[in-house]
Design a protein around this ligand. Structure first.
Ligand code: ADP
Length: 459
């Protein structure tokens, strides 16, 4: 504004000087004698000059105040949205200019508003994406990071903005990917990071290339693939375990068959023993396959929870009766403490009965000759509790939280001898959790164990 004032003053000065010279010349041309009265002439000229100067200064002040007002109005119109229209200037000649300015300001405001909406939309989209997204400028400094990116790298947006990746995270592999992308290469890799905690990340870094081939930055996409990789590992381990479990009875069956074929069939006593072993091994195979099928049905969500009101005492009594022969075979006494308890729950009766049978099997098979198994059902604080206690081998402390894993066995030989598959407790856990309940265990080595199923009861 100061420069404008100077410019206007300068122009007015020149105009006034030219006007004075022209006026003097005209006066001289028409009345040359006027020069004789030069004091009057000079007085008049000074008067005219002063008048012109005052008028010019006034106009100049009006113009600068008009322009200043229009400048402020422009700011209000575009940014602060406090004004709807441009105020009319004091100088009539500036009306058109003010109106043009108003049209331009309204357009800019509309565009500005659209840009703001676009920005908000982009931020909402970026916030709802579960993939970490980072944008870096041509200097490799972060100028955008979404909430998923903050979570994956364990940094806040305020901290990350304006910094390079080296400054915000110790994983050099991400930094290298970004550097390569800055040179124009698209990079895709998988890395393990340890900050803020151990994770496996899929990193994709791509350059942002303008039409003229200029690289103006990098987009880095970070996907946390830890759960996917963990699942893949579990699946791989499971296949290895299943193959291993199946291989043992299959090789035993093959060995027994070969022995029979190469003569043992002729010796009655040996043949009978081998055939009994064959039966045992094939039974083991059948058990493993049955348990695997049950587990897979439980996991595939093929089974839906029937809203059937089940009497807990009824299914527990049935399971206890069915295990009487097994208990006798192992020389173990089986007691149901309160068969008359009238407790119900909503769920799948046959699934829960399978779970109770599995626990009873273990309590009997991992018991000692002359030992006992006690089953107790009760309702406590809105929960049905089914306790199965035995006086058996007990489970070492270090194994307690692993026995529910598939194929985990404390004593492998004993489990195989008793026809165990290593899947019984996994099935129990699945069934119980499927019903919204929990399974827990307390055990002392050499003294025995108590498994407790807790299920929610109807309110
Ligand atoms: P298994 O078919 O081998 O019995 P489970 O999944 O039912 O498989 O049990 C896993 C392991 O937990 C068993 O091999 C056994 O070592 C241990 N276990 C389970 N129940 C008992 C129990 N009542 N007493 C002692 N050990 C038990």
């Amino acid at each position: 504004m100061k420069t404008l004032k100077k410019l206007l003053l300068y122009r007015y000065g020149i105009t006034v000087a030219i006007l004075l010279i022209i006026t003097t010349l005209i006066l001289y041309m028409f009345t040359p004698s006027i020069l004789k009265d030069w004091p009057i002439l000079m007085g008049s000229l000074v008067f005219i000059l002063a008048a012109i100067l005052i008028v010019s200064l006034r106009i100049q002040r009006v113009i600068s105040s008009d322009l200043e007002e229009m400048g402020n109005a422009l700011e209000s119109l575009v940014l602060k949205k406090k004004l709807e229209a441009m105020p009319l200037p004091q100088l009539g000649e500036l009306f058109d200019f003010a109106q043009n300015l108003e049209t331009i300001a309204i357009r800019i405001r509309e565009n500005y508003h659209m840009l703001e909406m676009e920005k908000e939309r982009l931020e909402t989209i970026l916030a709802s994406i579960e993939t970490g997204i980072l944008a870096l400028d041509s200097d490799g400094k972060v100028n955008l990071i979404n909430p998923a990116g903050e979570r994956v790298l364990g940094v806040t947006r305020d901290y990350a903005l304006g910094k390079t990746l080296t400054e915000i995270h110790p994983a050099t592999a991400i930094d290298q990917a970004v550097e390569e992308a800055r040179e124009g290469k698209g990079v895709s890799l998988e890395i393990d990071i340890f900050t803020p905690r151990k994770r496996t990340l899929s990193v994709r870094a791509n350059p942002i290339i303008m039409e003229d081939g200029n690289i103006i930055g990098v987009i880095c996409v970070l996907d946390d693939i830890t759960p996917t990789r963990r699942l893949e590992r579990i699946r791989r381990d499971f296949i290895v375990n299943v193959s291993h479990e199946l291989r043992t009875p299959v090789s035993n069956i093959r060995a027994l068959t070969e022995a029979l074929q190469s003569g043992a069939i002729e010796e009655k006593e040996r043949a009978q023993r081998f055939i009994a072993d064959l039966d045992k091994e094939s039974q083991r195979l059948a058990n493993i396959i049955d348990d695997l099928l049950t587990l897979s049905r439980l996991e595939s969500e093929e089974i839906t929870l029937e809203e059937e009101l089940v009497s807990a005492s009824e299914i527990v009594s049935e399971a206890v009766v069915e295990k009487a022969a097994l208990a006798e075979k192992y020389g173990v006494k089986l007691f149901l403490r309160n068969p008359e308890a009238d407790i119900t729950f909503y769920g799948n009766a046959s699934m829960v009965k399978t779970a109770i049978s599995n626990l009873l099997d273990n309590a009997i098979k991992y018991n000692r000759e002359g030992g006992k198994v006690e089953v107790n059902i009760e309702e406590l604080g809105g929960e049905l509790l089914i306790n199965i206690s035995d006086t058996g081998t007990g489970i070492p402390k270090k194994d307690l939280n692993r026995i529910f894993e598939r194929f985990y066995r404390v004593d492998k030989a004993r489990s195989r001898d008793t026809g165990g598959t290593g899947l019984g407790l996994s099935i129990v856990k699945h069934v119980v959790e499927f019903h919204g309940g929990q399974i827990s265990v307390k055990s002392r080595e050499g003294e025995g164990s108590t498994f407790t199923i807790s299920l929610p009861t109807p309110t």
